[in-house]
Design a protein around this ligand. Structure first.
Ligand code: BGC
Length: 767
């Protein structure tokens, strides 16, 4: 059946449907009908679908054969092909490129009875082919406009490659740097995480989801995935209602309010119930309380995984549990397509729940405009013109510079002088064109990032000598063949040390390779892998003028470096333009303004570590002889670098924090605050002014500090700006254990500064 016939069938169904509507519905005005066109179309399409076709919409398959080649004749691929023809597949993932997308779309549109187009999903996590910084790095910019724009560029390229749905943003809050997937998120804070979630959703989805340059976003992984015990991926999550409501949920709620069209559930169990089979999460919270009208896709095979969790006895039960709990689409478990029809016939699954799931999926397909033109993302010319364009590279370069965090700059070693210097550049990562692309960059071409070496070679008036020194050691868990696993080879130390001895300044690029973080890449050590620490110490001995540039996907414990190395730059995995961004920051052509979105621990034993901790009953005991207070006997409590920390080549002074006015009514409180920030240096710079509060006594204990506002300002040398904030009902309250948002009377402290540690303070009361 071709598309014209489909449209005819739909119009007929529409007419039949509207004639059969109850009298009071028929009296609706033309405006109501216009407002509800998609809903009406969805209902009429549903009314002509068989049960099997409905279940087909809830089935998602991975790309499985060369879609433009001959059709598969046997095995799993042949089965999937047959299901496509029958209209038993609603979505595919990992099919990319206009040719391939057109080929699979053509099968369903032309060969299935109703020709309902596929929604094509892909992990567009930080760029499609032109790669932007990993999400954790982008989050360090605290620049919401830039983050939104970056997601927009990713959507532009992905949509040009035939994709119309990204499995992003990942909005899982995490306090555990051991967890490899912290690279995909926005860090440890729910307020910052919420603002970034909104920015990313708006960036991907744009103003108009039906445009051909925007794609549907997916808030994932719902919920609690970032709280995996011991930071081990997929591990058990056991957290109470206060953490769930106040820390885990807010970015998901923010994404919902920003209009995100899909959610993904998660691999973990939450308090004994796998998220995929969790009715409380999916039906009660998301679909009911938050009135989410899009659909939920399972994570890869997560319906089947409920058997291993010990929650479902077999595949059929797993399908029943997942559907009843509210998982609308089955990613690669093959269980909905196999069991749901029977489960309906056996009255184990109610038909209206199937209809609800299908309605949600069709709704998003209509919103994307797929029924108007299933091939709207399939334009070869657009694909050629937009992917990897100069404009996209400029955009990711801008984002990369904004993502860099200057952790330390003693002796004013940075910015580097542009002339007459001998610079030794050391470290395998300095000459690496692959690692900066980071994890989750499936469509990028390997070895296409600008390396630090290439970036620094642009500055031609200095002498640059490169020495590798040592390889990065991978450990056992990263599946990369081209890099040496567990290397202890120090044979190239000598050359590196000699180059350092002959240099004015040494730049060392050390850290993790791109695939050392990400899914399945948890670590129990947070040091510089392999012999890199030894290399750092040996080079420092030869020449202490070392600038350490870190490439990594998670906070690292670099306590020795902080004690000895004068300048440290956090440069994450910055994407296609990494080397250019790093060089421009090192040479002062760009003044860094990034701030950490996650605390950096002093050692792995401090993890989980986060700035918004609770005070305990025994918080601080200054007398070193007293043992019984909340502390370690071998390390301080504080992190090495706190949340919100980041320097600039400029310096800033904060003063005159004033509580300008307080409307202390509990129903609609409003507190106005202001602070004066001065650039006390002789260079222009940007500063992220951060506002934290502490609710001193409450019916549920509150953190010692909670971020509740921030603003990025630019200041010329000597310039002062007054920055104002307003706190209200949405920022002064918290969720109690009954899931209700409450503001309570009493004293509040307020802190403003350039990090969660360096703040000035005032206070106010609510009656
Ligand atoms: C990940 C998801 C991802 C999916 C599809 C899973 O392993 O957890 O985040 O979207 O694969 O690639």
């Amino acid at each position: 059946m071709n598309n014209t016939i489909v449209i005819k069938v739909i119009i007929l169904a529409l007419l039949l449907y509207s004639c059969s509507r109850p009298a009071e519905k028929q009296s609706t005005t033309i405006y109501d009908v216009l407002d509800n066109t998609i809903e009406t179309k969805v209902d009429s399409l549903l009314s002509i679908m068989t049960l099997e076709e409905k279940i087909g919409q809830m089935n998602q398959y991975n790309g499985f054969w060369d879609a433009t080649g001959p059709e598969p004749e046997e095995g799993a691929a042949a089965k999937k092909y047959e299901h496509l023809r029958k209209g038993w597949v609603g979505s595919m993932l990992n099919v990319r490129g206009v040719k391939n997308v057109r080929a699979v779309q053509k099968i369903v549109v032309e060969e299935s009875r109703l020709g309902i187009p596929l929604i094509i999903g892909f992990d567009v996590i930080h760029g499609y082919k032109t790669i932007s910084p990993i999400p954790l790095a982008e989050s360090a910019s605290w620049d919401l406009d830039a983050i939104q724009k970056s997601a927009g560029v990713a959507a532009l390229e992905a949509s040009a490659a035939g994709i119309n749905w990204t499995f992003a943003p990942m909005v899982d809050i995490s306090r555990d740097a051991r967890w490899g997937r912290v690279m995909e998120g926005a860090g440890e804070d729910p307020f910052l995480g919420s603002r970034i979630a909104e920015a990313r959703v708006k960036g991907f989805q744009g103003e108009n989801l039906a445009a051909n340059n925007t794609i549907a976003a997916c808030a994932k992984h719902f919920a609690g995935y970032g709280f995996a015990e011991a930071g081990r991926d997929y591990n058990t999550v056991d957290i109470g209602p206060s953490t769930l409501n106040n820390i885990v949920f807010p970015p998901f709620k923010a994404a919902t309010d920003a209009g995100v069209r899909t959610f993904m559930n998660s691999f973990n169990e939450l308090n004994g119930i796998p998220a995929t089979g969790n009715k409380f999460l999916q039906r009660d919270i998301l679909k009911n309380d938050w009135e989410f009208s899009g659909f939920i896709v399972s994570d890869w095979g997560s319906i089947t995984e409920m058997i291993a969790h010990g929650y479902a006895k077999d595949g059929k039960t797993a399908a029943e549990i997942a559907l009843n709990a509210g998982s609308d689409m089955d990613m690669e478990s093959y269980l909905y397509v196999e069991h749901l029809a029977r489960l309906v016939r056996e009255d184990k699954v109610e038909k209206h729940l199937i209809d609800d799931a299908v309605r949600r999926i069709l709704r998003v397909k209509y919103e994307l405009g797929l029924f108007d033109d299933p091939y709207k993302y399939c334009n070869e010319e657009r694909e050629k013109e937009l992917i990897g364009s100069k404009a996209n590279h400029e955009a990711v370069l801008d984002m990369a510079k904004k993502s860099i965090v200057l952790l330390k700059n003693d002796k004013k070693l940075l910015p580097l002088k542009k002339e007459g210097q001998k610079i030794a550049l050391i470290g395998a990562l300095a000459n690496d064109k692959n690692s900066p692309l980071g994890s989750w960059r499936i469509a990028a071409d390997d070895h296409t990032a600008v390396s630090v070496l290439e970036g620094m070679q642009q500055y031609k008036k200095n002498t640059l000598v490169y020495a590798k020194g040592a390889d990065v050691s991978l450990g056992k868990t990263a599946f990369v063949t081209e890099t040496k696993i567990n290397t202890t080879d120090k044979s190239e130390f000598k050359e590196a040390i000699e180059s350092a001895q002959n240099a004015d300044v040494v730049v060392m690029v050390l850290g993790e390779i791109g695939f050392q973080s990400g899914e399945g890449r948890s670590r129990t050590e947070l040091d510089l892998p392999g012999v890199q620490q030894e290399l750092l110490e040996a080079v420092y001995k030869a020449n202490p003028n070392v600038v350490l540039v870190l490439n990594n996907g998670r906070p690292l414990a670099i306590t020795w470096a902080d004690e000895h190395i004068p300048a440290i730059v956090e440069a994450w995995h910055l994407g296609s333009q990494s080397g250019n961004a790093i060089a421009q920051v090192l040479y002062g052509d760009y003044n860094p303004s990034g701030k950490l979105p996650m605390s950096f621990p002093r050692n792995v034993g401090q993890v989980p570590i986060y700035y918004n901790y609770k005070n305990t009953g025994r918080p601080v005991e200054p007398d070193p002889d007293i043992v019984f207070w909340s502390h370690y006997s071998d390390q301080q409590n504080t992190p090495l670098y706190p949340f919100g920390h980041g320097l600039s080549y400029a310096t800033f002074n904060y003063e005159n924090l004033v509580v300008d006015s307080v409307n202390s009514s509990i129903e609609s409180p409003q507190v106005k605050l202001s602070v004066e920030v001065t650039n006390t240096s002789d260079v222009a710079g940007k500063e992220v002014v951060q506002l934290y509060i502490r609710d001193v006594f409450a019916s549920i204990t509150r953190p010692v500090k909670e971020l509740k506002g921030f603003e990025m300002i630019s200041l010329q040398p000597g310039e002062t700006k007054t920055v104002s904030f307003v706190l209200d009902h949405t920022t002064l309250g918290f969720y109690n254990n009954d899931n209700s948002w409450i503001v309570e009377p009493g004293e509040f402290k307020v802190f403003i500064g350039g990090s969660s540690r360096n703040t000035i303070m005032s206070n106010f009361n609510l009656d």
